[in-house]
Design a protein around this ligand. Sequence first.
Ligand code: ATP
Length: 441
Amino acid sequence: MVSIRYENIGVAYGDFIVVENFDLEIPHGTITTLLGPSGCGKTTVLRALAGFVEPFEGNVFIGDNNVTLLPPQKRNTAMIFQNYALWPHLTIFKNVEYGLKLRESDELAALKSPWYSRFLWFTKPYYFFLGKTHSRALKYLQEAKEEFYSKNNGKLKGLKWYTFIGFRWIRAISNAINHYLREKKEEVDPKWAYRRKKVLEALRLVHLEDQAFKNPTQLSGGQQQRIALSRSLVVEPDVLLCDEPLSNLDAKLRKELRTEIRSIIKSLGMTTVYVTHDQTEALAISDRIAVFNIGHIEQYGTPTEVFTDPKTLFVGQFIGISSTLTGKVITSDTVELDGGEMVKLQVKANIPDGEKVSLVIRPENVSLTTKSESPIEIEINTIEYLGTEVKMTGKLKDDTILLLDVVEQAEKYAQMKVGTKLTAYIKPAEIFVFVGTDRVY
Ligand code: ATP
């Protein structure tokens, strides 16, 4: 397990500077997500770690090694991409094995074939077809067995010679021959055996070892991405890099796969850098999140920290769903909104009267039933009934939109008409208050 350190790096494409004076420390064994809107530079930072772009200043460290100028293949990182990047003409097995062939580990390099293996060249074509021939033979056998029983209605009439030997025996003999030949092959070609073991182990991790001899085109998107993950893991990289790996999948699969990916990575304890613009995915998969905004990090912390304690207006608005209301402080614990409504804050703020503030409010913290000190008149703008709750938007006097999640009496509110006037209550304790871009409480 290794940690990662970006030290004051700058990366540019031609004259266009994407990041400058960029610092970040990623602890070993964590899944750290670079989260931010499209075009803010997260992929560029990931690519600088992989070695696909070279910083014009600063250093990148993987563990204690300064890798800034190392080519990608010398960094012991592996990457998974949005579009899987599998070879369509190779089987799943060969796709996963490919990385192992490219990057021969010391362990693999140390394996030597016995001296007599060079005289066994004539067995090569046989071994080439071995796996397929064996599985095909078993398939024919199974078909013959089914045909026999269906013709004879399960009775032992019109026996053929092979029924005397017994299907079970034929299968056992075939398996034994196959097993013997494999053992011999492992003896004369230990590198092949090593690769085979590693590939099957990696496929087992993603629960796809039974699909090893299919082509990627025969698998679903989710399965293909699991193969891509297994291909990255097989080389036992120091660092795993994931560039929006779930973006091509539908919502349900994305949810399933992110849980699976997290549990596989955590079981291996691999340091992982994960890029996404999907905040829910980031919250679910990460140990730490670096929230990006155009070339710099706004906040770096655990998912709970960035969600419950946003330090800047950008983070408050980007993480979670929220409404932003603007106004000015009129006494230390009251804000007059631009439309004239009054909102009480729980804590007396040390903000001078007349200071402009932004209030970020999550929809679950606005209620129609539980009263608070901050009643606000709204006019229903949209209503979405989702079974257990109603998602509603309401217009304030100056047409600012306030989001509400209505759980109590959801059915009653779902029947209401757009344009109806209601009183909504904001929970004072749950309001994030910002002066400029910084949170004051
Ligand atoms: P996305 O989520 O859309 O991939 P991102 O945050 O990962 O966005 P980057 O891909 O790092 O953003 O791009 C950052 C900026 O650099 C963008 O403005 C982009 O247009 C620009 N950029 C990216 N790649 C290149 C390139 N090869 N040449 C020139 N400009 C590039």
